[in-house]
Write a protein that binds this ligand. Structure first.
Ligand SMILES: *[C@@H]1O[C@H](CO)[C@@H](O)[C@H](O)[C@H]1NC(C)=O
Ligand SMILES: *[C@@H]1O[C@H](CO)[C@@H](O)[C@H](O)[C@H]1NC(C)=O
Ligand SMILES: *[C@@H]1O[C@H](CO)[C@@H](O)[C@H](O)[C@H]1NC(C)=O
Ligand SMILES: *[C@@H]1O[C@H](CO)[C@@H](O)[C@H](O)[C@H]1NC(C)=O
Ligand SMILES: *[C@@H]1O[C@H](CO)[C@@H](O)[C@H](O)[C@H]1NC(C)=O
Ligand SMILES: *[C@@H]1O[C@H](CO)[C@@H](O)[C@H](O)[C@H]1NC(C)=O
Length: 483
């Protein structure tokens, strides 16, 4: 009886798990890693999106274009339609679960809500499918030429088990498309590019192009503007006693006495993490006024033990002394920032886009000496207050004795009461509409792919296997740069 109940419970649990796994579909995109054969990495910038509710501003990876023939154009009575169709409608990279068994990449015509894929001779159009999103337009994607004798390049994008590929249709074939999108049947030897042609037939080609994502090797965060007006404390400020010292004048003359008071504290800085950015990349940071900050590793919190000295100055009569307490507030604050992110690639190329985020900084603030009453050294009685009060001390200076890194831009003016308002070099005037609106308007998005022909290869022979005709050698293989 008890055992039966247990089985029932297990069965229910199993059902729940099954349901969970069915609903939380994995939208990660995998790319070929440089760490050895067939190793897959998750792309930080590409994502599979279910096709039914994709907002307009999303950037979808384009694999080719539909050609608009002149005849079709002339038949078009409506002038507006004519203008609309003048530009070549894009065809998008999509994937569908083929025969309930495997994800296969294919193509979706502009505005057509179907993804056409093929495998093992079975061409099928699916209404339930996914499109390949280039999040924030942050991915640098290219179509890289491939043939039977080349290994798929690092960064080649998987539909799931198979790589995404396309075949450029020779112009003499008079196709309505520039390319067919499909998959590379095998990443081992003897692979072919397999795609469905416009007549709904499967074809294969021994050469074509593979979709490749190139990841940056380092970042440059430039034109950084910290918005100090919007800073806020993450934790309440904690008042801290840094040091207690006694300054004495044992000489015979009144003098200005100085004492360097050292203290240590933990300093941390964190520029945050973002989707579509690789954690662990070396990042240089430059403020908008040109000042460089220490390099960081993107996505990690930088911690250092800082030891600094505060130079306390006080005017003392001979034979007198004073106790001084050095106090400060320790804060963990968050400041919003905007910046231009420049991604650097191995081949020397760069791409840039605006980003925003929060910078967290844990540091000492408001470092101030508190002077006790001045007393006589011989009998410890207090000096009558007709003597100038101790608050009229000379301006103090701070020197950094030892830090593991260079001092940040925050180690300054420790003698002032409210350093925040003195950081005017870095202020942002709140009305700056171009920051928010410009965020997504990357003109180099995949939708602007057309006519961005960058590299042209000549004379690569390429055979397609069809029922009868043997195609002429391809003269041009065009590599579209997408970002
Ligand atoms: C910071 O990184 C840049 C670019 O990688 C490098 O040229 C520079 O020397 C680095 N600076 C420091 C202080 O390490
Ligand atoms: C800072 O000092 C603490 C102990 O005082 C030590 O545990 C920590 O590792 C040090 N951190 C760095 C970055 O040196
Ligand atoms: C100054 O500090 C010493 C010990 O550090 C203490 O004994 C003394 O009472 C203090 N004097 C005054 C005037 O606060
Ligand atoms: C610490 O912060 C509190 C509240 O902001 C302020 O009243 C106090 O004067 C600060 N302490 C120091 C030593 O500046
Ligand atoms: C303490 O010593 C100072 C200077 O030697 C003297 O002026 C002062 O009157 C003395 N105070 C007391 C209470 O003895
Ligand atoms: C730039 O701004 C930082 C902090 O906001 C400041 O420390 C630095 O001196 C400024 N540099 C120049 C060249 O104005």
């Amino acid at each position: 009886m008890l055992r039966q109940k247990n089985y029932l419970a297990l069965g229910l649990l199993g059902c729940v798990l099954l349901l969970l796994s069915a609903t939380t579909a994995d939208n990660s995109v995998y790319i070929l890693s440089k760490y050895g054969h067939q190793q897959q990495l998750t792309s930080t910038t590409l994502r599979w999106l279910p096709a039914h509710h994709i907002p307009n501003e999303k950037q979808i990876v384009v694999g080719g274009f539909e050609k608009i023939s002149n005849a079709e154009d002339d038949n078009n009575a409506n002038q507006a339609d004519k203008l609309e169709t003048k530009s070549q409608p894009p065809i998008y990279v999509c994937r569908a679960m083929h025969s309930n068994s495997v994800w296969v990449a294919g193509m979706q015509r502009h505005k057509e809500k179907r993804c056409t894929v093929t495998m093992h001779g079975a061409v099928q159009s699916y209404e339930k499918y996914e499109l390949l999103e280039n999040a924030d337009g942050a991915a640098r994607i290219t179509w890289v030429s491939w043939n039977k004798y080349t290994q798929p390049p690092v960064g080649a994008v998987y539909a799931n088990k198979l790589l995404i590929a396309r075949y450029e249709i020779p112009t003499e074939e008079k196709s309505r498309y520039t390319h067919y999108i499909g998959t590379l049947s095998s990443t081992e030897n003897f692979g072919n590019i397999v795609y469905a042609n416009e007549n709904g037939k499967e074809e294969t080609a021994t050469c074509g192009e593979l979709l490749v994502e190139t990841e940056p090797i380092r970042y440059e965060l430039s034109v950084v503007k910290l918005n100090w007006y919007k800073k806020h404390d993450i934790k309440p400020r904690v008042s801290r006693v840094l040091n207690e010292v006694t300054i004495v004048n044992r000489g015979t003359q009144a003098a200005k006495m100085a004492e360097a008071s050292t203290y240590s504290y933990k300093y941390t800085i964190y520029w945050g993490r973002r989707h579509a950015m690789l954690n662990g990349l070396d990042t240089t940071i430059t403020l908008f006024n040109g000042t460089s900050l220490p390099n960081i590793t993107w996505g990690t919190r930088h911690e250092e033990n800082r030891t600094e000295a505060y130079n306390i100055l006080i005017f003392l009569e001979p034979g007198t002394g004073v106790n001084v307490t050095l106090r400060a507030n320790y804060t963990n604050m968050e400041v919003p920032y905007t910046a231009t992110l420049i991604s650097h690639y191995e081949d020397g190329a760069t791409t840039s886009r605006p980003i925003n985020g929060y910078r967290q900084e844990e540091t000492l603030f408001d470092i101030k000496p508190e002077f006790g009453p001045i007393y006589f050294l011989n009998n410890y009685s207090l000096v009558p207050t007709t003597v100038p009060p101790p608050t009229t001390t000379e301006p103090t200076t701070t020197t950094t004795i030892a830090t593991t890194k260079q001092p940040q831009e925050t180690t300054h003016q420790h003698g002032t009461t409210e350093p925040d308002v003195n950081r005017d070099e870095n202020m942002i005037i709140p009305k700056k509409p171009d920051i928010s609106t410009g965020m997504q308007s990357d003109d180099g998005g995949p939708l602007s792919l057309k006519n961005k022909v960058e590299v042209t290869y000549g004379g690569t022979a390429c055979a397609t296997f069809k029922s009868s005709l043997l195609t002429l050698p391809l003269l041009l293989l065009i590599l579209h740069r997408i970002t």
